[in-house]
Design a protein around this ligand. Structure first.
Ligand SMILES: [Zn+2]
Length: 274
């Protein structure tokens, strides 16, 4: 499934695989000035290409190496071999060989699919990406993943935040995420003068600093509570239940890859990948 929304010069694509009549676990890609920021998942690659209606894109920037962000790279590159693909230096090997470096859990295969390999050029902190009309500053923002990038356009005051900012109050976390690093990255982008934020796991926000600060305050408050309960000798499961409530469907669907327990473990520095 694909839903297109325009924000002036920017087009947002919300993408998901249709299962039992409705879209599940949506992901997002953006298009502006013949550049795509992320390309969604493998299952929606053809649909995304179709909706571009012949727009000859020339650049793809992947915010990070999760499979729901670079799934159509290879498909679009086959349509136009002149496309340049960019990602953080440590993401490029994952993009080049996803089967080896990112074998997928069953739920990830089902909802998003394993992307075909794609070759990306390395893009590091403080690099500048130019399109015909805009200049984007590249900001390394680890936490959600070690290879996560945000893009900032200072003249337009646009902030593209990938999966760094997610909507709502987090009650669970994915394996491998580093919550303290994520908070530091949120602080880094909160300092930028921005009027619009374009996330991949939340709706578009005006005046991003307010939303970012609220998120930081919430995550820091929960962090303090986790550490206090840990010092009192409470177990991980008990802390998860008391701070983040009852069991969530996503914990079952992801077979423990995305859970309340992971969020607690990350605050305690123990959320290692599995
Ligand atoms: Zn992600």
């Amino acid at each position: 499934m694909l839903i297109t929304t325009s924000y002036g010069e920017i087009t947002r694509f919300d993408l998901s695989r249709k299962i039992a009549g409705r879209g599940r676990y949506w992901t997002t890609a953006y298009l502006l000035d013949k550049m795509m920021i992320d390309t969604g998942c493998a299952h929606t690659a053809e649909e995304l290409d179709h909706s571009l209606m012949g727009t000859r894109i020339n650049k793809i920037i992947n915010t990070h190496s999760h499979e729901d962000h670079f799934g159509a790279n290879a498909y679009l590159k086959k349509r136009n071999p002149e496309i340049d693909i960019y990602a953080h230096p440590s993401a490029t090997k994952v993009l080049a060989n996803p089967d080896k470096y990112q074998p997928l859990h069953l739920y990830r295969r089902l909802f998003w699919g394993q992307p075909e390999p794609s070759d990306a050029k390395p893009l590091d902190h403080n690099a500048v990406i130019e399109t015909e009309n805009y200049r984007f500053q590249v900001i390394h923002t680890p936490g959600h993943s070690p290879d996560h990038l945000c893009l900032y356009e200072p003249n337009q005051e646009w902030l593209f935040t990938g999966d760094l900012f997610v909507g709502g109050k987090d009650r669970a976390l994915r394996a491998g995420c580093d919550i303290w690093q994520l908070i530091e990255s949120l602080k880094l982008i909160t300092d930028l003068p921005a009027r619009q934020m374009f996330p991949n796991s939340a709706r578009v926000r005006q005046v991003p600093a307010v939303h970012l600060q609220n998120k930081i305050d919430y995550l820091e408050e929960m962090g303090e509570k986790v550490l206090t309960l840990d010092q009192q000798g409470k177990g991980v499961g008990e802390i998860a239940r008391s701070l983040f409530g009852g069991a969530m469907l996503v914990e079952l669907v992801t077979l423990g890859h995305f859970t309340r327990r992971r969020l607690v473990l990350s605050y305690l520095g123990r959320n290692h990948e599995k």
